[in-house]
Design a protein around this ligand. Structure first.
Ligand code: FAD
Ligand code: NAD
Length: 477
């Protein structure tokens, strides 16, 4: 029997393990290589899963504090950081060991180690045990993910300087924390530390938080971020960081006042870099662009026909569900099926409080592309469910093609937006018309009604928005 694997997958994140599992289900003999004992990748070990476990705790803390407004007074919570960390680690272990079981059940051969490329049909793996294994393969999928971008010229030690991985460890809760970067990670982890009682400041080099996201959605979040954080410094850059007694002296260039401030710790969250520097990759025809992303076609095949690439290493958006969807496309293409990666809607969710979620065409993209759209908005002030939750700080909007009344995109800010956006994905993927959404009976009282009501706003028929006649303006409500 040949020892050539039909498929080798490098990296066992949500891209890599989804690919290995699907390939095994299709009857291929599969080898999955990763540095960890179990599958999971960044997402499960040091990304999506641990951060969401901590954000769950943050939400509980903030609701408990808010409960005084409803006549319930809890004493100030006592924090046991070791226990919190242990619980978060338990969540990760439960997920990753479950994935390990699934790999075994599917008879995926897992090798723990680091892969290098020999040629277009051979890899070597420096194994965890200290050996080296040569692996001939018919096809390989590169799913090596990404790592945090670092700030240049910083000599601070890990006690003062955090990245997303060390921040998730919560070695301690600093007195005050500077978060560099007002993107996904900065806002999610910043809100965890703020809820744990740390004084958080955010510095963002562009003019607004979450650059690229529709401003009306961000505005709702920003109002709350400004309340829970000590300061939000926009249009501001960090020019110098220097260790001083008791902290880090940070020099800012921009709107920060004062321009020099001392922080206990600094969390850098300024984006991620693809892990495409796999030793030996240059011996193949695989192409890597200027930003480090591996070039792929709609089947996720690289310029080297035996090698595919998926997930963070194969381009933006760097999201777990995009990686696992690409995984299925790549494997099915390898199995000879006629498939292509051509989603109409890749949802994005920022798990802050309130959450922001969007899918399909955004209002910002439509404006940039000069695509005429009609935008219908339903503010949560008119939502019964939002009122019962005391969370009227929300907005649901539909981006609609004026001629056909097709829903091209959905944007939501508010509690639970991450769950609500799934309906938007279905509407966009299924090419739903505004009327389809309006005619679908939504349960009352739920936040999901805001999707239906925004469709009704577009049609001039919303029960909870006073608008007697169908409007002709391009932006409604
Ligand atoms: P990864 O998950 O990065 O996995 C790649 C794996 O390959 C790693 O295990 C790595 O060790 C291994 N590897 C690399 N090189 C080699 C090699 N040479 N040999 C062997 N193994 C190798 N996305 C979401 O969709 N939702 C979220 O809520 C979310 N939250 C996040 C929170 C944080 C703090 C971070 C950092 C990221 C978050 N993301 C989230 C992004 C998400 O984690 C990534 O998009 C996703 O993990 C990408 O999956 P992947 O399969 O491409 O690679
Ligand atoms: P990001 O791209 O989301 O945000 C980085 C922010 O830092 C941007 O706003 C950018 O303008 C700013 N910035 C860059 N350089 C700066 C500097 N020198 N000073 C001040 N600000 C600076 O990156 P991230 O937050 O590191 O997250 C990386 C990626 O991980 C995300 O883009 C996303 O794909 C993924 N992620 C997703 C989730 C989720 O799905 N909920 C959560 C976390 C991470």
């Amino acid at each position: 029997m040949s020892n050539t694997a039909q498929l080798v997958v490098i990296g066992a994140g949500p891209g890599g393990y989804a690919a290995a599992f699907r390939a095994a289900d299709l009857g291929l003999n599969v080898v999955l290589i990763d540095e960890e004992a179990n599958p999971g990748g960044v997402c499960t070990y040091r990304g999506c899963i641990p951060s969401k476990a901590l954000l769950h705790v943050a939400k509980l803390l903030s609701e408990a504090r808010h409960a005084t407004a409803w006549g319930i007074e809890f004493p100030e919570p006592r924090l046991d950081v070791d226990k919190l960390r242990a619980w978060k680690d338990q969540v990760v272990a439960k997920q990753t060991s479950g994935l390990g079981q699934l790999a075994k059940l599917r008879k995926v051969r897992s090798i723990r180690g680091r892969a290098s490329v020999v040629d277009a049909h051979t890899l070597t793996v420096a194994t965890y045990e200290g050996g080296e294994e040569t692996l001939p393969f018919e096809t390989a999928i590169i799913a090596t993910g990404s790592r945090p971008t670092t700030l240049p010229n910083t000599s601070l030690g890990p006690e003062r300087l955090l990245d997303s991985t060390s921040a998730l460890e919560i070695a301690r809760v600093p007195k005050n924390l500077l978060v560099v970067g007002g993107g996904y990670i900065g806002l999610e982890l910043g809100s965890v530390y703020a809820a744990l009682g740390c004084e958080v400041s955010v510095v963002e080099m562009t003019a607004g938080l979450l650059p690229g996201v529709d401003r009306d959605l961000v505005q709702v979040l920003q109002e709350r971020v400004e309340r829970v954080c000590k300061s939000v410094m926009l249009d501001t850059k960090v020019v110098q960081m220097e260790e001083v007694v008791g902290g880090v002296k940070v020099t800012f260039d921009g709107r920060a006042n004062p321009s020099e401030q001392v922080f206990d710790q600094v969390l850098v969250a300024i984006g991620r870099k693809p892990n495409s520097e796999i030793p030996g990759l240059e011996r193949t025809r695989v192409e890597v662009d200027r930003r480090g992303f591996i070039g792929v076609n709609p089947q996720r095949r690289t310029a080297e026909p035996s090698i595919y690439a998926i997930g963070d290493v194969a381009g933006e958006p760097m999201l777990a569900h995009k990686a696992s969807h690409e995984a299925k496309i790549a494997v099915e293409a390898i199995a000879g099926r006629k498939v292509a990666f051509e989603p109409r809607a890749i949802p994005a969710v920022v798990f802050t409080d309130p959450e922001i979620a969007w899918c399909g065409l955004t209002e910002t993209e439509a404006a940039e592309q000069g695509t005429p759209v009609e935008v219908a908005k339903f503010r949560w002030g008119a939502s019964g469910r939002a009122t019962t939750l005391d969370r009227n700080d929300g907005l649901t909007k539909l981006v609609i093609e004026p001629k056909t009344e097709r829903v091209l995109g959905v944007g939501i800010v508010g509690v639970g937006a991450g769950e609500l956006i799934a309906e938007g994905v279905l509407a966009v993927e299924m090419a739903a018309l505004t009327r389809d959404v309006a005619l679908s009976i939504h349960p009352h009282p739920t936040l999901s009604e805001t999707v239906m009501e925004s469709a009704e706003v577009a049609l001039g028929e919303s029960t909870h928005v006073y608008r007697p006649k169908r409007a002709t303006a391009t932006s409604k409500a």
